[in-house]
Write a protein that binds this ligand. Sequence first.
Ligand SMILES: C[S@@+](CC[C@H](N)C(=O)[O-])C[C@H]1O[C@@H](n2cnc3c(N)ncnc32)[C@H](O)[C@@H]1O
Length: 235
Amino acid sequence: MADFISLPFYDLFHENGHVPEIRQKLPSLVAGVRRSILEIGAGTGLITISLAEWTPAEIFALEPSAGMRGVLLSRLGARPELLERVTVLPGDALSVDLDEPVEAMVMINVLYALEPEYRRQLWPVLASQLEPGGLLVFSWRDGGPPARRPLRELGSRQVGRHTYAIFSEILESGEEGAKARYLHRISEDGKVISEEELIGYAYRPPWNVIAQELAGAGFTQTEAPEGLLAWRRLP
Ligand SMILES: C[S@@+](CC[C@H](N)C(=O)[O-])C[C@H]1O[C@@H](n2cnc3c(N)ncnc32)[C@H](O)[C@@H]1O
C-alpha cells in the first residue's frame, strides 16, 4: 500500500489540490443516490463531508489509516448533524464486508496506491458489495505513469513561523507504475526543523487495462466528466 503523504501535511495541501475539481465534477454523478454510499479510502474526510452534503444517503467511509481516520472523525465531530448518517470503517478496500450492498461507491485519489494484483482482486469484491445497477465512481487519468525527473518542490504553505513544503522526485518509471520519492520539510527562516522521506510506487493503469478489468468483473461504463470514471454493476 503506497502512501506518499505525511499526515500532518495532508489537509494543508489537499484542500487546494484535487478537492475543488472533484467537488465540482462529482455532484452530478451522485445526485440521484438516495440510500447508501461506500467511500473507499476516505482519508481525512474532505470528500466524505461533501458526499453527505450533496445526498441524503447513509455514508460508509472506509479508511485503513488510523491517523487519517482520526482527522476524519474530528472533521465529522465539527458537523454534529452528519454524525448519525456517516459510519467510519477501519480496514482496507479488499476486506470490505457490508451488512447489505450499497447503492453507490466512490473512490477518489486511491487507485494510485493499489498494486496491480490487489486492484485486479478488488473489482469483483466491490461488485459483490454493490446493488445490481449500482454506481462505482473513481478518479482516473490516462497517460500512464510520470517519466523520471529530478527532485522539485510541489508547493509550500506558511503556518505561523513555519513553512511546510513538499518535494517529489520520480526515481523509476515503468509501464503501469513509477517509483517516487517524497520529502516533507518543515523549516523556519530557511533552517530545516524536520524532514520526512517517503519512497514507494504509484500506479497509473492505462485505459485498456482498466476497461478490461472492470468489464471482466461485471461492470459497464457510463458517462462521467474528465478525470473521473463511472461504471454500473450489471443487473
Ligand atoms: C490521497 S488519499 C485520498 C483521500 C480522500 N479520498 C481524498 O480524496 O481526500 C488516499 C487514501 O487512500 C487510502 N488507501 C490506500 N490504500 C488503500 C486500500 N487498499 N484500501 C482503502 N484505502 C486505501 C489511504 O490510507 C489514504 O487515506
